[in-house]
Design a protein around this ligand. Structure first.
Ligand code: TRP
Ligand code: SF4
Length: 360
């Protein structure tokens, strides 16, 4: 996995996020995902720091794929969005319902249900505020946005689409890609607020789209005044049993709507960075770097750096064994989910005030 990410630095020009931390610190306390290297890379993040320094307005644009339940692996993006909203950013969130329908082949009914009841409701319960917020379905937005994606069809070639997305790009994929270009670039249009600085926080799998959107921005620089977006990249979480965290494998993830008992049971069964025997672990210590339980703690359950450091040293020194560690993590998880799910009930009652839901 780490090597995969190295490739992004080496071939694709993504810069290490740690290099911009000192400058960011001058204007804002970095988020724990930034401090811990979970957000590991960026393009043009200096533009955001500059906006924060000068008080210039800026926007965040990101997208969600409504193809299943929302789990902790999906939470990092919205945590960042909420952080930037707190710093004064205007927030745009694209619900990729056209991509889910045309590329992932999910029914409209399921797509709309996942988007509203899983994603948007959880986002609000996590603390996303309604001010300076635009959440929209790709299929149900403004004409200026559609005009943009239609115009983009002129200056994107089949050769480059095949080069980026593989030989089998068809109409569904092309539609989704052009739509995503409009997602990423539309906040710059006067109609949507004319934001010069737009930051797109995503997982590294989305970087091909970011690279294309930067090229498209260049091609429409004089015609529409488009500029390149900035972006950041965060690490994916490991599945609870090792391997990938995947929506199609419920044992690999904890959903934000999992019953706390079910969630705790999944965590207790998770793989660890522990040693084969207790004696060995006391002698050698555990390996938190390889541990999905430690990941849950550092990504989501412990925001205080000193608290996390304590877990790390207790693990490394062999002072704490995995059973004990898991029980403590389970307590934190239970508390988090119980509080979150209480907020979720209220959030569900206002989702339709936050997003315009398509009727089919
Ligand atoms: N393609 C993204 C995914 O698979 C979803 C998406 C659509 C998106 N538009 C976006 C992500 C704009 C970031 C920015 O999850
Ligand atoms: Fe993971 Fe905790 Fe075991 Fe260390 S002690 S390997 S952090 S479960």
């Amino acid at each position: 996995m780490i090597r995969e990410y190295d490739k992004l630095f080496k071939y694709f020009g993504i810069k290490p996020f740690k290099d911009v931390l000192p400058e960011l610190r001058k204007v804002a306390e970095p988020h724990h995902l930034m401090r811990r290297g979970i957000i590991f890379g960026h393009r043009d993040f200096e533009k955001v720091i500059d906006a924060l320094k000068t008080g210039k307005k800026f926007a965040i644009l990101t997208g969600l794929m409504p193809s299943g339940r929302m789990h902790f692996g999906h939470k990092m993006v919205i945590d960042q969005v909420i952080y930037y909203q707190g710093l004064g950013a205007e927030i745009f969130i694209a619900i990729a319902d056209i991509e889910a329908y045309a590329v992932r082949k999910i029914s409209r009914e399921d797509v709309i249900n996942y988007a509203v009841n899983e994603y948007v409701a959880n986002y609000l319960a996590l603390g996303l505020k309604r001010e300076r917020l635009h959440i929209y379905f790709q299929s149900n937005y403004a004409k200026e946005y559609y005009r943009l994606l239609q115009m983009f069809s002129r200056k994107v070639t089949m050769a480059e689409l095949r080069d980026i997305y593989g030989e089998d790009v068809g109409p569904g994929k092309i539609m989704s890609v052009l739509t995503q270009m409009a997602d990423i670039l539309h906040p710059q249009l006067k109609h949507f607020g004319g934001f010069d600085v737009v930051l797109v926080p995503v997982g590294p799998d989305q970087d091909p789209h970011l690279r294309l959107s930067r090229d498209v921005a260049d091609r429409y620089a004089s015609e529409l005044g488009l500029k390149r977006p900035a972006s950041t990249y965060h690490r994916f979480m490991t599945g609870l049993l090792g391997g990938k965290m995947s929506s199609s494998k419920p044992e690999s993830y904890i959903a934000l709507t999992d019953d706390p008992d079910v969630a705790v049971a999944k965590l207790m069964k998770a793989l660890t960075g522990g040693r084969p025997t207790a004696a060995e672990q006391r002698r050698l210590g555990g390996e938190p770097e390889k541990c999905p339980v430690y990941e849950m703690l550092s990504y989501h359950l412990i925001t205080d750096d000193r608290e996390l450091e304590k877990v790390y040293t207790r693990c490394r020194s062999g002072e704490m064994l995995c059973g004990q560690c898991k029980r403590e993590a389970a307590e934190r998880l239970r508390k988090f989910l119980e509080e979150h799910q209480r907020r979720l009930e209220r959030a569900r009652n206002i989702v339709d005030k936050v997003v315009d839901i398509p009727d089919f």
